[in-house]
Design a protein around this ligand. Structure first.
Ligand SMILES: [Zn+2]
Length: 189
């Protein structure tokens, strides 16, 4: 992400400064400091009652056409778990309930800079999937690619959320556009 050049408060050109032993950009007129903090993202590791995991294929950059877990930026005044369920609903029309926290992960995005991803296990309340503009309808590769995702935290997250998935791989479930996949260890039951 490009650094700020002008102050967003008063439009003065920013100047480099060392503050708290870090290089920052400072407004010499009003004192505004550009702190480079990570943006919070919520991710939904969503399963149905059969233990099948929901993946989407992204329709936008970053990671266009790649498999990913539903999720997105948490809005101001929103609890992280609320953002998680909202993003899930916006992207897939699936309503879910939070089961537990999977973990909190850091990753660098060329588009958005530093991100903190907060991932929850979510139980899908139904399977009436309707994708929005953020997901693609076409579909050709196996979702095991998700373990080599351009999002480095996705593979770690999947392994943490479903420890058998990486050794077992995934088999394909149903749906044209949004894949529901089931680890073979589960499907054998
Ligand atoms: Zn200023």
């Amino acid at each position: 992400m490009k650094p700020f050049i002008f102050c967003p408060i008063c439009s003065q050109k920013l100047e480099p400064a060392v503050l708290e032993e870090r290089n920052r950009m400072l407004c010499p007129k009003c004192g505004w400091v550009h702190y480079s903090n990570p943006l919070p993202v919520a991710i939904a590791f969503t399963r149905n009652t059969n233990g099948e995991v929901l993946l989407i294929r992204r329709a936008h950059e970053p990671a266009f056409n790649q498999w990913a877990l539903p999720g997105g930026f948490i809005e101001s005044s929103e609890e992280p778990h609320e953002g998680c369920l909202r993003e899930l609903w916006e992207e897939t029309s699936i309503e879910g309930s939070i089961e537990s926290l999977v973990g909190v992960y850091h990753r660098e995005s060329t588009m958005y800079g530093s991100l903190i991803a907060i991932a929850y296990r979510v139980l899908a309340c139904h399977e009436n999937i309707c994708i929005n503009h953020e997901s693609l309808k076409r579909d050709s590769t196996l979702p095991t690619a998700c373990l080599r995702s351009p999002f480095p935290c996705t593979g770690r997250l999947l392994k943490r959320a479903s420890p058998t998935a990486e050794e077992a791989g995934y088999s394909i479930g149903t749906a044209e556009s949004v894949r529901v996949v089931r680890p073979p260890s589960d499907s054998a039951k």
